[in-house]
Write a protein that binds this ligand. Sequence first.
Ligand code: NAI
Length: 712
Amino acid sequence: ENILVELKENLATITINRPLKLNALNKKTIEELHVAFKKLDENKAIKAIIITGSGEKAFVAGADISEFADFNVDQGTELARKGQELLFNFVQNLGTPVIAAINGFALGGGLEICLTCDKRVISSSASIGLPETSLGIMPGWGGTVRLPRLVGFNLALGWIVSGTPQSADKAMTAGAVDLISEPSSLRKDALTVLVDLATNSPEFLSQRTTKLGPAAITSQEASAAAEDACNAVRSRQGENYPAAFSVAELMVSACELTRDDAISLENHAFFDVTQTPQARALTGLFLGEQYVVKQAKVRNAPFAATSQPVAYSAVIGAGIMGGGIAYQNALKGIPIVMKDINQAALDLGVSEASKLLDRGVKRGKLTEAKAEAVLSQITPSLDDDSITNCDMVVEAVVELESVKAQVLASVESQLSSINSVITSNTSTISINRLADSLQRPANFCGMHFFNPVHAMPLVEIIRGEHSSDQTIAAVCAYALRLGKKPIVVNDCPGFLVNRVLFAALLGMEMLIAEGADFEQIDQVMEKWGLPMGPAYLSDVIGLDTIVHCYSVLLKGLPERFIEIEPSRSSQVLFDGERLGQKNGLGYYRYSKNEQGRPSKTADTSVIETFENLFGKAKAFEEQEIVSRIMGAMGMEMVRCLEEGVVASPTEADMALIYGIGFPSFRGGICRWMDELGLSEACAMGDKYSSISPLYAPTEALRVKAAKGGTLY
Ligand code: NAI
């Protein structure tokens, strides 16, 4: 089912053949490989075996996590042990020489297969690596044992701890492969190496023996190397990704052991690490990414036969967002009209796109000719009729409902096809209300990009009550072509991401109004894992935008978003003409550092103002700060799920990961609540619900908690 075996004279070639799954190893494939290797080894006519992957992209992309994610400890330990018995140790112990012809990336279990082989020939375009630590886990099929015995302990440790894949050249320099081949001659070259090996068997057998013994290092040397590697990880990402530390510790403990003892140690360590919350979060995220793309494709499937991909798009408004949207379309090969009422805005939009392309050229990501070709895809225009033939339009003019309503109606009247889709990049205005200005509201929905457009992966696609399934499907497909991650949500105040983000920000504002020190809040939340504390984030978003978004939420969800006494800190700052980073004054004061980037320092005048209003700053327990900020976000997300604003916890969590840089090791707010336990989450909510109804658990959540349920 999952492999092909070809016999030619005395040579056998096994091809792992699950191209749609990038040849990922699942239980069935391992079993089939076992049977094939066993029969070939028993067949005295077969003198040598090549193993390779189908297609050019992947040798094997790793273990099929979708199949293994739900395993408990016992099943998982058994799978790793069984995998060794059936495949990895089995191949290494065969009497017949085996060569890996690495046609594409060989990652995780893929590289672990190659490591069991006698020799490795790699295509020049392929790469190899053990990226498990980036999923919060560690290699479990002998990678921590075989790699150091092949390339040396220090190098193997570096590769495994960092999880970084290595190019064919780097693999060759390290001695991890024996030959680099052009993709077209890979099999021929593998055969040459194999014939050489098969006719020189004593050498290959003795090479195998060295790989059965300890690694060539003392445990003292290994400990020192591990300490350095762990310190490097700590300085990069703190203590939040513990798999790297666990694998370093394991490799030190196993370095003086024989292969079999070391593998048995790896087997236990592997399943300890899979049971950490970080492993659940990071593997969940890996699957979540695939789920988001799949959902977009599933939505599009019913219309695939009749609908055409976007041929010509338009963006109305050439400001910060419009310019970014035009750039992204052009970059992905979709010609776009960028329309504004102001020539200076058009010039700025084009020059911003041009700057981004220049940066790409400087970094070697594209050639100058390509950059010019991309820029020529943007047609700046002041004329209304320039958009007539566009089949997809993104409105990105100023955030004023009356202006948007008028612009949308005018756009609709210009379009020649009644099937063209119109979207709005509004961040706060109701999609249902904007749809009132259109004759064909079925062809309209929200398309909320995040700033800066080229860098932020999320696009929130907002379904209005009249938006058709076909429109949503077309916009999802368009977002995917732009290289973005579409998440469909229903129209509501703040949509999904801002609604839950502003619950958290209001949580911060309530703390500040009780005398909390916003610098302490930022420090605690950054330590918790947020890329920026909430006060700093407010400055980056801009306090004018913050104040505007609050007004929408206070009006739209007045039962929970309630004015704070004596006042909201963001409003106080805004009233004092502090707009955040954009005018250098917000919660903090900003000046340009040596690289020309804004750098923040405390501002005594803000501290004094807050003291006068909210009393002398006092320290809060870290736990309370986290509970009151993330608890508010969590409960609002629960409501979004219950109201059907977002369809699943997976999409909810992915929206926060892509949209606000929610820490990946926590996996998202729903994952955080599940890890906390829903009973505990309800208790946390009850503790603070007298401060604000934002914290009050819903009845459905209590029922779920009582049954021992989870959001996922
Ligand atoms: P901006 O103020 O930088 O640009 C708005 C542009 O629209 C200006 O160039 C203006 O000349 C143009 N414009 C105004 N009336 C027009 C008309 N009738 N026809 C054509 N062009 C017209 O605004 P920005 O920041 O780019 O925001 C645009 C939209 O994107 C807003 O709805 C905003 O809420 C939304 N948004 C903004 C984000 C941000 O961080 N700036 C993030 C996500 C969404």
